[in-house]
Design a binder for this molecule. Structure first.
Ligand SMILES: *Cc1c(COP(=O)(O)O)cnc(C)c1O
Length: 361
């Protein structure tokens, strides 16, 4: 039994109201009831994605549509912007999908440099770029607007932007910034259980997909579009999560999107202040620090495993002790989803109480 609260950067804590919304009885996925549910989500989704393009619902985790994007869009070669665990993985996934791919690699925690991207694209080899907006493994947020300004000069290159841990945390005006494919997942900032991916695809990207062979079926963008026009998904979707989505969208617009962005920024600021007050440091440079989570260097060399474990066992709160090769060297704290000043203050207070026990003597 889970008797602790999640403050890891995904999956994040799910509210009782969201769980309740999921217990609405299922219906046939070709029924008018389903069409009504699907259609009722669309206006809010378009507003939240800031787009006139359709927003598709995929029954998969985000990786499904990440791989799908590669398969739908690549004729020549993919350039993968690599700056952490999720963005690095994309090179591997592209090659496993049978596509030619190169990486534009920087050290974990550093941002992708728009000028460097321009240099790479100038070779004319690439027709797809993948970018993780908010690299969750490092708590680093890339300068997306500056990157999109570079991409504007390469009309042949389709942009695929992973906003899994930044969507609804900061403004990302898809159409204004010219993003072709934007994708996210249910279990991070949207604070739903895992299992639903959301993506919006531009006309340019559909035009490319029409020229690409081997798109497969399950993640075929053209299949998604054909079914979307009827208010449906290509195959039987995870209906309980679509009820949860409908509920979540209502909640987001009730709070207000700008208010939601401000709340995330304020809560993130509370964590940053705590980090500084203890003498810790953030992994990324401050100007590129994520607004949805904080990745903190273990520069004080505390017994990190002991700290994380004790916080969970005694204080019933779970934070993350470092992703992959950064285990023990960094820790990560999420302020995504439904967190409030009270819940963040509680977390920081509980960490305060136990921290002295794990300081190096
Ligand atoms: C969590 C995460 C993913 C992977 O999502 P899955 O739901 O596990 O497929 C991809 N990209 C980023 C930035 C993430 O934070």
């Amino acid at each position: 039994m889970i008797d602790y609260k999640l403050h890891i950067p995904g999956p994040v804590n799910v509210s009782d109201e969201t769980y309740q919304a999921m217990s609405t009885p299922v219906m046939g996925h070709r029924s008018q009831d389903f069409v009504a549910l699907y259609q009722s989500c669309q206006p809010n989704l378009k507003k939240l994605f800031q787009t006139e393009d359709p927003v598709f619902l995929s029954t998969s985790s985000a990786w499904g549509v990440m791989e799908g994007s590669i398969r739908n869009l690549t004729k020549k070669k993919v350039l993968c912007c690599m700056c952490g665990a999720f963005s690095d993985k994309w090179l591997d996934v592209s090659r496993r999908s049978g596509k030619e791919a190169d990486g534009l690699q920087v050290d974990w925690g550093r941002n992708i440099d728009p000028g460097e991207l321009r240099n790479q694209l100038s070779s004319g080899q690439y027709d797809v770029v993948t970018l993780v907006h908010n690299e969750t493994s490092c708590g680093m947020m890339n300068p997306l607007l500056e990157i999109m300004e570079v991409l504007r000069d390469f009309p042949e290159v389709i942009s695929v932007i992973d906003t899994v841990s930044s969507f609804s945390v900061v403004p990302i005006p898809k159409d204004d910034w010219g993003i072709d494919v934007i994708l996210t997942g249910s279990q991070k900032a949207l604070a739903m259980p895992p299992g639903l991916a959301l993506l919006s695809v531009s006309e340019r990207a559909f035009a490319r997909a029409e020229q690409v062979e081997g798109r497969g079926y399950y993640f075929d963008f053209l299949e998604f579009r054909k079914n979307h026009e009827k208010g449906m998904t290509p195959s039987t979707p995870v209906i309980p999560l679509i009820h949860a989505l409908n509920h979540t969208l209502d909640k987001i617009f009730k709070e207000g999107v700008e208010e939601r962005h401000q709340r995330h920024s304020d809560l993130n600021g509370m964590v940053h202040a705590w980090v500084e007050s203890k003498g810790f440091e953030l992994l990324p440079e401050k100007q590129f620090a994520s607004k949805s989570l904080s990745c903190v260097k273990n520069n004080l060399e505390i017994d990190l495993a002991g700290f994380v474990d004790t916080l969970r066992r005694e204080k019933k709160i779970s934070i993350d002790g470092g992703y992959g090769k950064m285990k023990g060297k960094t820790f990560r704290i999420s302020n995504m989803g439904d967190e409030s000043t009270d819940t963040m203050a509680h977390l920081l207070g509980q960490m305060d109480e136990i921290l002295p026990r794990f300081m190096a003597s």
